[in-house]
Each structure stands twice: as structure tokens, then as C-alpha cells.
Ligand binder design. Structure first.
Ligand code: AMP
Length: 216
């Protein structure tokens, strides 16, 4: 199954994608994580991406699409993939469609994770992440003892772009550039809305239900 997870920053796309990837046994592809990995390794792509990410702006479409194209052409994506944080603009969605068409593939389902801005601001400002394995925690709702990652033991940090003024820009970019994708995919008939204010487990169950996979 080829899946897209749509939704505002902090809607829980990454957490849901991790759960779905384990259940469906298909790779989780997060463009944000690919950029952060490149920033950590100080590659040319990382240096370029950081100039946008640090301000809460989107990385240019051509750069982002090329990364996704290279990734979904890898062998482990043959049986499907979960895109988290991509596409984020109509142009990216159109380019993705062309890439998939060229290899006789298509997007099967688009899960739109619906959430209010106030909840997003609370989640992101109290989010802490593992800089090594990418695991995500929340200071109140999903804390880790002594801020040490339960998975790999690294010291957890606040993401640089989870600062209040950057969060505001990211939410603004979402409404302006990404939200139109909800209509885009609704029009194509493969969109489903899932609310995500509840616990991680409940939100994942809602998504599985919407995908017709409850009970797997
Ligand atoms: P995320 O981890 O999905 O919240 O992404 C973090 C940041 O990476 C975003 O705020 C953007 O600056 C950048 N980014 C991630 N995915 C994309 C994309 N599809 N298009 C443009 N920029 C992106």
C-alpha cells in the first residue's frame, strides 16, 4: 500500500507513521527526518535545508522531490511506503504523481490527520526528540526519565524548529501551502480524515480503522 500522511506540524504524522510502518511492514519516509539527518552530517543538502528549516520555511520543491524520488525507487519500497511530511505543496503532489505514473504506481490512500492549531502549539513547544534515532516524546504526555531516550539511551533535545516563532511560521506555511492538498486529494477520492487529539494509541486505531485495517 502506498500511503500519504497529511496534517499540520505536530499532528502526529511521525508517530502514526512509525506505528503503521511496523504493522504494514513498509518503510516510513519522512522528508523532515532525511533533512535533519543531512544537517547532523553537515552535508551540502543539510546546509541548504537548514537555511529554510531554521526559519520554519519549506525547502524548495525541486530539492525535496528529488530526495523522495531517489528514496521511493529503492527496492524496499516495492511493496509500498508511507510518506510523512511529503507532499507539502500542490507542485510536489503533481510531481509525485508523475514519478509514480512513470513506474506504474499510484497513491492508494491519503490519511489527513486533523488537529486544532492550539493543540499543535502545545504539542510542539513541549516536544523533545532523540537526536540519534528520531524517537519523539512529550514533556507532559509521553515523558522519558531524565530525558534519556528509551530506545537508544541518547540525551533528548528540543528540535531547533520547535521554538515559538519558528512554530508560528511552520503553522502559517502549513495553512498557506499544504492545506490546499486536502482538497486536491479529496477531489481524487482517496482522502480520509482522522482526528488526533487523543492518545497515540487511540489515534493509531482511528487511522487503522479508516484504512480498513482494524484487527490486524
Ligand atoms: P517535519 O519533520 O516534517 O516537521 O519537517 C521539518 C522541516 O523540514 C519543515 O518545517 C520544512 O522546513 C522541511 N520539510 C520537510 N518536508 C518538506 C517538504 N515536503 N517540502 C518542503 N520542506 C519540507
Amino acid at each position: 500500500m502506498n500511503l500519504i500522511l497529511l496534517g499540520a506540524p505536530g499532528a502526529g504524522k511521525g508517530t502514526q507513521a512509525t506505528g503503521l510502518s511496523a504493522i504494514l511492514k513498509i518503510p516510513h519516509i519522512s522528508t523532515g527526518e532525511i533533512f535533519r539527518d543531512n544537517i547532523r552530517r553537515n552535508t551540502e543538502l543539510g546546509k541548504l535545508a537548514d537555511t529554510y528549516i531554521s526559519k520554519g520555511e519549506l525547502v524548495p520543491d525541486e530539492v525535496t522531490v528529488q530526495i523522495v524520488k531517489d528514496r521511493i525507487e529503492q527496492a524496499d519500497c516495492e511493496n509500498g511506503f508511507i510518506l510523512d511530511g511529503f507532499p507539502r505543496t500542490i507542485a510536489q503532489a503533481e510531481m509525485l504523481e508523475e514519478i509514480l505514473n512513470a513506474s506504474g504506481r499510484k497513491i492508494d490512500r491519503v490519511v489527513n490527520i486533523v488537529i486544532d492549531d492550539e493543540v499543535v502549539i502545545n504539542r510542539l513547544s513541549k516536544r523533545i526528540v532523540c537526536p540519534v534515532c528520531g524517537e519523539t516524546y512529550h514533556l507532559e504526555f509521553n515523558p522519558a526519565e531524565d530525558n534519556i531516550c528509551k530506545k537508544c539511551g541518547a540525551q533528548l533535545v528540543h528540535r531547533e524548529d520547535d521554538k515559538p516563532d519558528v512554530i508560528r511560521n511552520r503553522i502559517a506555511a502549513y495553512h498557506k501551502k499544504t492545506e490546499p492538498l486536502v482538497e486536491f486529494y479529496r477531489h481524487k477520492g482517496n482522502l480520509m480524515n482522522v482526528r488526533s487529539e487523543n492518545s497515540i494509541e487511540e489515534s493509531l486505531q482511528n487511522t487503522l480503522y479508516a484504512l480498513g485495517l482494524k484487527g490486524i
